[in-house]
Structure formats: C-alpha cells, structure tokens
Design a protein around this ligand. Structure first.
Ligand code: GLU
Length: 504
C-alpha cells in the first residue's frame, strides 16, 4: 500500500429512492475523512440497474448533500473533476474491456444459460449457487467448445460474463473498523459482472470506477461487507491489488430500541423524519417528511449524525463541521450498530437554535410566519426570536407563538377564572399612567413599574403578573411579562390588557 497516496473517497449512492439519513451519515463520514486528510470527496451515481432507478432520486441526493453542507468537490451535480462523467450509466462503455480482460486471463467466462436453466439449477437444490461445483453442468464458455462459444457470440446469443470464483480458497482482507475479515470462496458464487444488456453489475462498475478514479478508501455501509471479498478478488484478478483501496464498513443505524435497521416505518410510527428533505414518491404520491421541513437546522443534523456511530471521546457533544473534520478518525467509529435517538436529535437542534443569532433564526422562521400570520416587520420578528429562541426545539415551534403576531381576542374561561380576583382592584388607567411615566421603556424598568404599581394598588405581585400574562398572551406560560410589554409597546399591551379586563 502506498502510504503517500492522496486520499480520495467517494459516496456512491444508487438513486433508487430518497437518501435515508443513514446514507447522509455515510456521505458525512466520507466527507470528514477526505477533509481531514486534505483529500477529495467525490459523488458517484451508481445507476447501472436501470430497472430500480426512481425519478427524482438523483436530484434529491444532490439537494440533500447541499442542504447539509457537505458538498463533494467532484461529481454529479458538483462540477467536473478529471474523472467525469460520474454517473455510471454514462460510463457504460468503459466496463466491458475489464470483463473481457478477465476472460482472457481465465478469471471470468461467458455464460449462456437461460432463465429456465438457472431455475433448473435451483429446482434440483434450493441452495445451489452458480459456482465451482455447478458451473461445469451449465451452459458457459467453460463447458462449450471454443467453436461453439464463437458461434454463439457471432449469433448474438444473449450472455452474461461471470467471475470464476476458485474453490476453497481463503480471501483475507483488512477492514479498517473490524480488522481482519476472512471468507472462504466456497461461500461465494460466480457473480455476474456484465449483464446481457451490456450493462455492468454493481460489482464490476464499482470496482472499476474506484480503480479508475483512484479511490484510496472505501467507506460504506455494513450491508456491503458481504460484497467486499468479491471486490478483493476483482482487484487481484485485474492486477490492481497494489492500489486496492482500504475498506471501512460502517455499523448500521438501528431502530431506537436497537431491534433492527432504522426504517422509514419507524420514523412514521414514532414521529421523526428518516429523510433529510421532504420526499414525494413519484409513483404513489405518498409524502415523507424531512428534517428540513420539520424545522431542523442542517448543522444540528450533521452533528447528530456524526455522533451516531462515532465519537471523539470526552464529554463535548457540540461540534461544528470544522471541529468534526479536525476530530474525525476511523479508529473511533464504533463497531456495533448505533441506535437512533429522536430525543437526542431534538436536543442537538435546540442547542443549535440557541447558539444562532436572532437574525439567523428570524430568517428561518420568516416564511412560516409570513404564511401563517401575514407580513411581519423584520425588526419585530428579530425581537420576537430574541424572546423565544431559548424555548424553541424546532424552527417550526414558532407556530406555537401566534399570540406574538396577533392579539388574543377571546380568552379561555378557565384562564379568566384563574385571574378574576383582580377584577375589583386592577385600575387600567392607573396602570397606563404608571407605564407612560417611565422615562426609559425597557424590560428592567417595566418590571420595577409592575412592582411599584402592585404595591401602590395593593395587589399581590403574583396576582398582577398572572392577570397580565393571561391578558397579554391568553396563556399561563410564556416569555417574561415585562419583555412582552416592551415587545408589544405600551399601546398594544394596553389594548390586550383592557380587553381581557372587560371579559373578567
Ligand atoms: N451503490 C452502492 C449503494 O447504493 C454503493 C456501495 C459502495 O459504496 O460501494 O450504496
């Protein structure tokens, strides 16, 4: 292994549906590793299985990566690098030569079997595979004479090219997370490399592209571990073993109870998104919510995902993207699956919202506010955010603060009953005069004015506060009352207070 090799990693999704957050995590770990080592992060679209492609999925992947802010420096949708095109369907013609090279060197062969032939193989023995024990009973270039093979090829008979897996050999390779992995070739089958339509399979395209694109590390989900021995053999037989990338197979993202892989259904059932962005299935029109639309900040999602299966050690949990890059190492990726924790996701978001400037959050809530409450002055919105930011877990929580954008007209009987004790003793005119007498109208002075008013009018401060709160916001909890009065201004506050008072 060339230790001075430039770090080049790739995220290589197949656009068969929306990118799951597990996929975003895979992309993130690749990104962090690349940036940490001043290398390249590539987005390659693996769309060789055209039957499984889903309209809009590729665009969704690109937009998701953009939203979370981990842009590849080469790849589909992110500008051309020296290895364009990065969509495998556009590289189709490049793969055949490698499959043919393997045939020439005796590591692969043509197989002409029909579907029925293959069904028969399995009818005789349900566990039968196309391998060293069965291939000599099937229709391929190992069992047909060279003349017959030439005839079949000349007659354009459909064929696939299969890798000739040897019997009873140990394939040993190192996984950067799991250590040495050993698989006996008897457990493998003669995988198809080139399909009858001339398209490569995932295995051939993936290995050839990793080689051609000079990928140094393959960081991908654990579900691809069973394919790795086959890939190792491909590197060996193609004469590329010396530049074979290092492999790191990431632990699974598990359901909150740890019982299996996290799925879309878990999200629906437990009320959290499993996709970064909202997705509408083009066939069924079924809509799935996304972190963005649910009011998460991309920085919080990234921080949360980074910690699902990796941690830098220590107690600090809030890491910016730059800090994650600095701290990231493959050694600290956990070996076991990581349980998804919806509450932790919210905790991260809350922390990020609190740490953002009021202006930033105001910009994010503005479209929601505009749609629900109409045009709101931006400086007012910034002031609103200043009051409620610490209570917001999601950006969409702004919806719960409608009273900050319009006065409560009618009050809940139960709330009125709780404050009706002030009916005989609260004097709205005196209250107005007290506020208007203030030379400096700010939270601290308004709070003092409340206390002075309560003392002068002989109202218990607690009773006064409860009445003011209900009259200002219609509820028994919310931001500090003096802050609300400053936010609304004296006139608007008095309208609300007098209105409530009349209803007591
Ligand atoms: N196309 C594979 C996927 O959809 C890529 C696996 C790999 O990274 O090798 O995940």
């Amino acid at each position: 292994m060339n230790l001075l090799r430039r770090v080049r990693v790739r995220f290589a999704p197949s656009p068969t549906g929306p990118l799951h957050i597990g996929g975003v995590r895979t992309a993130l770990y690749n990104y962090l590793f690349a940036k940490k080592h001043h290398g390249d992060f590539i987005l390659r679209i693996e769309d060789t299985d055209q039957n499984r492609m889903v309209a809009g999925a590729e665009q969704y992947i690109i937009e998701s990566l953009k939203w979370v802010g981990i842009s590849p420096n080469e790849g589909v949708g992110f500008g051309d690098g020296t290895h364009a095109p990065y969509r495998q369907s556009e590289r189709k013609d490049s793969y055949r030569q490698y499959a043919e090279k393997l045939i020439e060197s005796g590591f692969a062969y043509y197989a002409f079997d029909s579907e029925e032939d293959l069904d028969r193989l399995r009818t005789d023995n349900a566990n039968a595979k196309y391998d060293s024990t069965t291939r000599l009973n099937l229709k391929n270039s190992l069992t047909c004479s060279p003349e017959v093979v030439a005839e079949k090829l000349a007659a354009h008979e459909p064929y696939v090219i299969r890798l000739k897996i040897p019997a009873d050999e140990e394939v040993i390779f190192n996984d950067e997370i799991r250590g040495t992995v050993t698989v006996n070739t008897n457990e493998m089958d003669d995988k198809v490399l080139l399909k009858s339509d001339g398209m490569p399979t995932y295995h051939l395209a993936n290995v050839c592209d990793d080689y051609v694109m000079q990928i140094s590390h393959v960081i991908r989900g654990e579900e691809w571990l069973p394919s790795a021995p086959l890939h190792v053999l491909l590197y060996r037989y193609l004469g590329w073993e010396g530049v074979m990338p290092k492999f790191a197979h990431l632990p699974l993202l598990l359901k909150p109870d740890g019982n299996g892989k996290l799925s879309k259904r878990d999200g629906d059932r437990l009320g959290f998104p499993v996709f970064p962005l909202q997705w509408t299935d083009p066939k069924t029109n079924e809509m799935s919510s996304g972190y963005k639309q649910n009011g998460y900040l991309p920085e919080a999602v990234i921080n949360m995902l980074a910690f699902l299966g990796w941690n830098p050690g220590g107690t600090q949990e809030i890491y910016s993207l730059d800090q994650l890059i600095e701290a990231f190492t493959i050694e600290r990726i956990s070996h076991g699956g990581a349980k998804f924790d919806a509450e932790k996701a919210k905790w991260f978001n809350h922390e990020y919202i609190k740490a953002c400037s009021n202006e930033t959050i105001a910009n994010l809530v503005a479209p929601i506010v505009q749609e629900k409450f109409g045009n709101i002055d931006s400086s007012y919105l910034i002031a609103v955010v200043g009051l409620i930011k610490d209570r917001m877990v999601l950006i969409n929580d702004i919806n719960a603060f409608g009273y900050l954008f319009g006065a409560t007209e009618t009050y809940l009987e139960a709330n009125l009953a709780k404050v009706s004790g002030v009916r005989e003793i609260f004097n709205a005119d005196v209250f107005e005069a007290t506020l208007k007498a203030l030379t400096t109208f700010d939270g601290a002075n308004v709070e003092i004015a409340f206390k002075e008013f309560a003392a002068a009018q002989n109202i218990k401060t607690g009773d006064l506060m409860k009445f003011l709160r209900v009259s200002l916001v219609g509820e028994l909890s919310g931001p500090a009352i003096h802050d609300l009065v400053v936010l609304f201004g004296i006139d608007q506050s008095l309208i609300r207070i007098r209105n409530c008072f009349q209803q007591l």
